[in-house]
Design a protein around this ligand. Structure first.
Ligand code: HPA
Ligand code: ZN
Length: 324
């Protein structure tokens, strides 16, 4: 089954580019930018990746992002991720980035987007991997800060297909961003949001109703509301599920308790994604393998994850038909 998974074309819809920063590259960037790290080696840093919950991960993830300073740093980060995509037969990827994580510490929006975008263009030319960018608002920051960030997003409309919402879900419900999302929609951006990862099923309902999302990121806590599960099946609202992330952040204790395969069999439009692969122990193939080892599946079921992801992607209909 490993070979089937490895060869299966894959589409990634939930990947934070800052979360693909491997310890080795982090050390290289720290040296390049003369930043002191509180760890002796990449190996020791990797050993410290032991998380209790979402917040304990985010604290370390934002620290890691601090090593990213120049256009070239963002290029190298994105290029390294695209090489992993090639190795895993990922044919299309939609990449999140967190503008505020960088602008808040004095790195300009242009520096970040230009580095990421340049690598994506090279990825398409050299590997044939198509990609899109989604800019996420940090939900622990204010609505004003999101609006300010949206001004920059809007000046890069040629490179950015949509806006998203990430960071601490508890205490920062979708409602806080209803106005900025409405604004983004009106300006022609598609919308997605993290919901139902650590937060309640109600956050999923609210992301759909108040933020008009095209996909829900994570969404695994939908099972706490059976009426919601029914409506997700009827509407074929995609969920971008991240299995290894959910184990590392203790959303589920063990992979055999994960609900993704049960949701697939019920007809929910679930997809498999890597979230923050450098921190959670694996890229796309690793996520597929981890799920299939804990939940034996047919090849057709495994391929359904890719079909769901193609349908849920933001690529145009002609290219979608090609990928199917
Ligand atoms: N959840 C919320 N915010 C995030 C995540 C996540 O899984 N990864 C990076 N930012
Ligand atoms: Zn995420």
């Amino acid at each position: 089954m490993y070979e089937f998974i490895q060869d299966l074309p894959k589409v990634e819809l939930h990947l934070h580019i800052e979360g693909s920063l491997e310890p080795e590259l982090l050390f290289e960037l720290a040296k390049r930018n003369q930043i002191d790290l509180p760890f002796e080696s990449p190996e020791l840093l990797r050993k410290a990746y032991d998380f209790q919950d979402l917040q304990s991960f985010l604290d370390i993830y934002y620290q890691g992002a601090n090593a990213l300073r120049t256009d070239q740093d963002f290029y190298d980060l994105t290029w390294a991720y695209l090489q992993r995509c090639k190795a895993d037969n990922v044919i299309h990827t939609e990449i999140f980035f967190d503008p505020q994580t960088h602008t808040e510490r004095g790195v300009s929006f242009d520096t970040v987007i230009n580095g990421i975008y340049r690598a994506m263009q090279d990825g398409e030319r050299e590997f044939g991997i198509t990609s899109q960018i989604i800019a996420c608002f940090l939900r622990h920051l204010t609505e004003d800060s999101a609006f300010e960030t949206f001004t920059s997003i809007n000046t890069h409309k040629d490179k950015i297909i949509g806006v998203g919402l990430d960071s601490s879900e508890r205490d920062h419900p979708p409602e806080k961003f209803a106005r900025v999302f409405q604004h983004a929609k009106q300006a022609g951006f598609l919308t997605v949001a993290h919901a139902g990862e650590e937060g309640s099923a109600q956050n999923i309902v609210d992301a759909i109703d108040m933020l008009s999302v095209s996909r829900v990121d994570h969404g695994v806590r939908c099972v706490e509301d059976q009426a919601l599960v029914k409506s997700l099946i009827n509407s074929q609202m995609p969920l971008t599920v991240c299995p290894l992330s959910n184990i590392k952040l203790r959303v589920f204790d063990e992979m055999h308790q994960h609900n993704i395969v049960e949701l697939l069999r019920q007809g929910v439009a679930v997809t498999i994604n890597s979230d923050d692969p450098a921190y959670f122990g694996g890229y796309m193939t690793d996520n597929f393998v981890a799920v299939s080892e804990a939940h034996p599946m047919t090849k057709q079921e495994l391929a359904q994850f890719t079909l769901n992801a193609i349908n849920a992607s933001f690529i145009n209909e002609t290219l979608k038909a090609n990928y199917r």
